[in-house]
Write a protein that binds this ligand. Sequence first.
Ligand SMILES: *[C@@H]1O[C@H](CO)[C@@H](O)[C@H](O)[C@H]1NC(C)=O
Length: 129
Amino acid sequence: MNAALKSGLLVVLSAGLCGFVFLSGRKTEEKGNMAKLVGVDFEVFGRVQGVFFRKYTQKKAEELSLKGWCMNTDQSTVTGRVEGEKSKVEMMKDWLRKTGSPQSAIDKAEFKNEQEITEISFPNFSIRR
Ligand SMILES: *[C@@H]1O[C@H](CO)[C@@H](O)[C@H](O)[C@H]1NC(C)=O
């Protein structure tokens, strides 16, 4: 191999290495940004009052580090809001749709006003009434 070819090869290799370092740096950064915050309002229908639904909702929300609130309505539903990391909010939505408290029987859960947010509006997950 002649000298010119050797140094050419070296340049290509170091450029490649720099690119790799740059890209892996970016990937880590993107991962950090992926902890996107969202907020969503919910309402759960079915046998959800008198079955410790709010208490279990609070427990699940705390487990997922979500903030917000829930309460009974006069229409025999439970409404509320959750805010937090998008993936955790998705888990909470699934739980509200399918699991609930042991004695509950969920007909459906509705979600409204789902939005990306820049900061959490609540200090905890509270039961309002
Ligand atoms: C949760 O936050 C609310 C304010 O939104 C406050 O009134 C309540 O005392 C807090 N509860 C706990 C257990 O810290």
